[in-house]
Design a protein around this ligand. Sequence first.
Ligand code: GLN
Length: 551
Amino acid sequence: MSTKYIFVTGGVMSGVGKGVAAASIAKIIQSSGFDVTAIKIDPYVNVDAGTMSPTEHGEVFVLDDGMECDQDMGNYERFLNTSLSSANYMTTGSVYLSVINKERRMEYGGKQVEVVPRIPMEIIERINNAAKKEKAQIVITEIGGTVGEYENLLFLEAIRLLKLKQPKDVCVILVSYVPALGAGGTELKTKPTQHAVRNLNSVGIQPDIILGRASVPLDQKRKEKIQFMCGLEAGDVISAPNVESIYEVAINFEKDNISSRIFKKLALKPKKRDLKEWKAFTDKIKHPKGEVKIGIVGKYFGSGDFILTDSYISVLESVKHAAYFWNQKPVIEWLDSDVYEKNPAKLKELSSFDGIVIPGGFGNRGVEGKIKAIQYCRENKIPFFGLCLGLQLSVIEFARNVVGLKDATSREFEKNCKNAVIDVMPEQKVLLEERHYGGTMRLGAYDCQVQEGAISHKAYKDWVDGAVGPYTISERHRHRYEVNNDYRDELVKNGLVVAGINVKKDLVEIIELQGHPFFVGVQFHPEFKSRPLKPHPLFKEFVRVAVKNKK
Ligand code: GLN
């Protein structure tokens, strides 16, 4: 069969879950026995998401090949239970960059290079490359932003051109917001959606299917109204109400037969879909046998939970996957590290949690409070899991309070410090001095050898069936600083367990403590590899111990 293309665009406003909708559609298509892959397009000029602050754009997700991309790529990987590559992500900046590089190499044969059609053609070529690389029969591409914006026009033009050439191979889905007004919030308004469709029409595109995102399900009358006013066929308006868990979205879409509508548009014979395992998983979420209370200590960004949730989405999902696995309802709370710095008496509240996570981060704001929180978890035997910066701060805490190096710190926080137990790698130092910030950290997948006898060794058995002795796993990285090997012997002598190492470069990857129920720090980001049906082994073990030690 020829490659089939599904495009997901957004109407009315952003932030209504277009990424989750695209990932859920991908899941349904995958469960119908097709080979699918998913692409995310971000219309900004940044070449990738690496140089953007998480408070601006949410979490920076990292792929195996080191691509720093949008958090929606995380949804794709989680929903499809797969690993994607940089071929599945593009931005306006990256598209222009490759067209400009081609021009410099004379690849356009001396012709004038015009924005149209060159940019849309480059976009189509990239979509086809991703399909080829992933051996996909169907490619789902989400276009960031909202129709009517200047920014995504060239991506919409790519859709128009593709559909013009292969009308039976392209299905355009508009995810549109349907506001609910009135006292009870039940009066659904379709007018904004009608305007969004006109916007799409004005660039030569007619949507095939509309997903009506609303706080409540769309009633039949509203569906018919949208269908009639926007020129759709009967059955092509799908209800997308709010749900408690994002994993329910796919099940909901299928209640309105979204897959058979898509297959019809793409002239595909539908295959039997099988969402049984997915359904069982969502049922498990709804019927927990207990709850586990996990605190995440972060720096407070000043605008509340929403920003934190968006910045640490993969960490949150990983905790949830592990909690669901153990039939627990995850109760996750954000804890502001600044508070512990100013008022150490507040640290006591950590005792009311079953486990504490310190996630990744950059810069020195809030680190002293986090170090205090780590000390509290270490001394009071509260299950503790440190991720990337979380490992680095655990090493600093250990060096200060166990080894006795009172001024131990990281080069990141104090350039001229005396005891940089966390230091910058020589190659990273050069990059920093030359201000090469984009895409230059230690990024993507690296091997880690896990040492026998460690907590992690037991946990990772999930991944390395029946291995004995030290074995190798692979995890994703995104950092510039490392444990300074000059201090390693001293740390180990005092009881720090180096449970995982990068053998090639002799770098510390995992640290643990003995005589503590669970004290593990990792230099990588395990949260990028957790899947709903396959929780990450370390998160799984962390939550297991947290549940066992419940207060
Ligand atoms: N800021 C630290 C570093 O660059 C940690 C980064 C992180 O947590 N991702 O090494």
